[in-house]
Design a protein around this ligand. Structure first.
Ligand SMILES: [Zn+2]
Length: 616
């Protein structure tokens, strides 16, 4: 840091324009912590000059200057006589947005002599890891390098503490220079002091190197800090585990079986640098079957933490359901063989996360490879992305249409972070304008984002307590169609007309939603729903805009405009899933392009809305 800020003492180094220490003092003042002691050494004059007696900042500052720096622990012992019976320790190179009152409340309720703020971070391998028991008591602090890193959960000492002054009375450390985390805490644990860990998802990060300073500043700019703050409703991307984050063949019952899918750590890392929390929710019936113990599961999840940590990523929280409703297994654990509300697609664990982290479920997503994941989104009221890794939705256990189908977790996260807002903004604007229109026709080229738009529209209407039915035109594609005919003739028009007529004369009472599974290349049943007066019918497909004249009721039309580059990328992904060679896919793409592009562009003119889904 001294190369970049040669004459600035560290506490005065600006983070997004404000000296880090000023930010920390402002945070303290915000929570009524107004008596502050600054323990200084290097640059102390400049710091005194800047902060004075603290009046300008609404606090009272006193100073203690170390003649010889004694490390964080030595400094703490030097000033213990100046401290109140209970006090907070903050470091002047740690940026934080933490509800300090809540932290102090936790401490007071815990009966601990010291509370340590702990959280997962993106580099557990070179951080001090804290081991807690089930009552949040600290049983070990492991300084890096860790003796068995794969067996340690990603729970890091975030360098913020509440101390009872009395715990320092009998501290007997021989050396004069020592560190709080590395020397004082082990000593306190040794003599049986009650130290507790306070877990939070709030933002707290050391900015003590140029890289970390840049990363903190970019987190502030990208609203990563404010989105994690205690005074806002947070949002989350819930992640399924097996088949989504890690490879799976059957069930994982030992840490040795656990291997990450390609790009999973990168994807989770992107979430960590976004306004979304990354929360894993997984069904683990192996426990109820007696094939893996709770301790065994903890080891598996420590390995998961380790592998993600190696890739610079972490989960803010992991919840698992150990239950299973069916009995009949040899070693099964009877009391876990129950119908529960935490097994996906039930929403018990999502609601637990909602409560713990103040999550807005209607702004949250789940990414998963099984139909239970997709169905859970309907139950918790958020959005879903089906990934084509793992089971790729081919278990067909639950009938629920995903909002997005993505190649893998990385593609799903990319969509959520970089594209979903534009869909939501468009839909919010659209739904405020559709009024009593019965039909919404969504047309556009292949792979432009029509089905995602249709599905998100349906979900967002449901959030407004409005019912919509999707008529996915791909289900009417003729089996023996040729690729190079004009594309209207590729569909069973008789069937399409009959479905639309039934809706139009309101003769349809129940509607069975069929979609098209592009991976299995077959029609898929998304289940039956009741049709009532006032419901909206979304007609979606490349030929949708040519069908408007088939209905009499008022309609709205949308053309989804995507650039060739993006569509080609998604086209390739789709067909590669079916193990087609790239050359073959590209041949197909050329034929489609010729047919579709020219005809579709004609329809842009007369539509009510154009949804711009271009890459840039
Ligand atoms: Zn359960």
């Amino acid at each position: 840091m001294s190369h970049i800020f040669p004459d600035t003492p560290k506490p005065l180094i600006p983070v997004s324009g404000t000296p880090i220490l000023e930010h920390i003092i402002n945070e303290c003042a915000k929570f009524g912590l107004t008596e502050i002691l600054l323990v200084l050494h290097f640059g102390e004059e400049k710091i005194r000059e800047y902060f004075g007696n603290g009046e300008k900042f609404g606090v009272e500052i006193t100073y203690y200057t170390e003649k010889v720096p004694l490390g964080t622990g030595g400094a703490l012992l030097s000033v213990k006589g100046l401290m109140a019976p209970q006090f907070l320790v903050l470091y002047a190179d740690v940026y934080c947005d933490v509800n300090l009152s809540k932290f102090m409340d936790f401490h007071n309720q815990s009966d601990g002599s010291v509370s340590i703020l702990v959280h997962p971070n993106s580099h557990p391998y070179d951080s001090d890891l804290v081991v807690l028991d089930t009552n949040n008591r600290v049983i070990e602090i492991s300084a890096h390098p860790h003796r068995d890193p794969q067996s340690m959960s990603n729970l890091v000492n975030a360098a913020m503490y509440v101390f009872e002054r009395d715990v320092l009375i009998n501290v007997d450390i021989k050396q004069s220079k020592f560190d709080i985390a590395q020397h004082l805490f082990p000593e306190l644990i040794e003599v049986g002091a009650h130290i507790v860990g306070y877990q939070t998802v709030e933002y707290i990060k050391d900015m003590g190197t140029p890289d970390r300073l840049l990363s903190v500043e970019s987190d502030i700019e990208n609203q990563v800090c404010s989105a994690r703050s205690d005074n806002v409703e947070r949002k989350a991307v819930f992640l399924d585990r097996d088949g989504t984050i890690n490879k799976t063949s059957g069930y994982i019952s030992s840490p040795d079986d656990l291997e990450l899918l390609d790009d999973a750590a990168t994807a989770v890392g992107l979430l960590n640098k976004s306004p979304y929390l990354a929360v894993c929710i997984t069904n683990q019936p192996v426990i109820s079957r007696g094939e893996c113990s709770f301790d065994g599961m903890r080891k598996i999840h420590s390995k998961l933490d380790f592998l993600l940590g190696k890739g610079g990523a972490y989960l803010d929280k992991l919840y698992f359901c150990p239950h299973h409703p069916d009995s009949g297994y040899k070693r099964e654990i009877e009391h876990l063989k129950v119908v529960c509300d935490c097994r996906k697609p039930n929403s018990g664990l999502f609601q637990l996360a909602e409560k713990k982290f103040n999550i807005s479920l209607t702004d949250s997503w789940i990414i998963g490879d099984r139909t239970a994941d997709i169905a859970s989104a309907e139950n918790f009221g958020g959005f879903s992305a089906l990934v084509l890794s793992g089971d790729a939705g081919q278990d067909y256990k639950y009938q629920s249409r995903p909002n997005l189908v993505a190649l893998n977790i990385y593609a799903a996260v990319d969509f959520i972070l970089n594209y979903s807002d534009r869909f939501k903004e468009f839909i919010t604007n659209l739904t405020s304008q559709v009024g009593s229109k019965k039909y919404i026709f969504i047309g556009g080229c292949a792979r432009s984002g029509k089905s995602t738009l249709a599905s998100l529209l349906k979900s967002m209407l449901a959030q407004q307590s409005r019912v919509a039915h999707i008529v996915e035109l791909d289900q009417f594609l003729l089996e023996d169609r040729e690729e190079d005919i004009r594309f209207l003739e590729r569909y069973d028009m008789t069937k399409i007309k009959s479905v639309l007529r039934d809706f139009d004369i309101s003769s349809v009472k129940t509607y069975c939603d069929f979609g098209f599974d592009h991976v299995a290349n077959k029609t898929i049943n998304y289940g039956e729903s009741t049709v009532s007066q006032g419901d909206i019918v979304i007609v979606e497909g490349t030929i949708a805009l040519q069908l408007i004249d088939l209905v009499d009721a008022p309609s709205t039309s949308i053309f989804v405009d995507a650039d060739k580059e993006g569509r080609h990328k998604r086209f390739l992904q789709k067909y590669q899933m079916r193990d087609m060679a790239v050359s073959e896919v590209n041949q197909l793409w050329c034929i489609r392009e010729k047919n579709e592009d020219s005809v579709l562009q004609e329809f842009v003119e007369g539509v009510d809305f154009v949804f711009n889904n271009k890459e840039n």
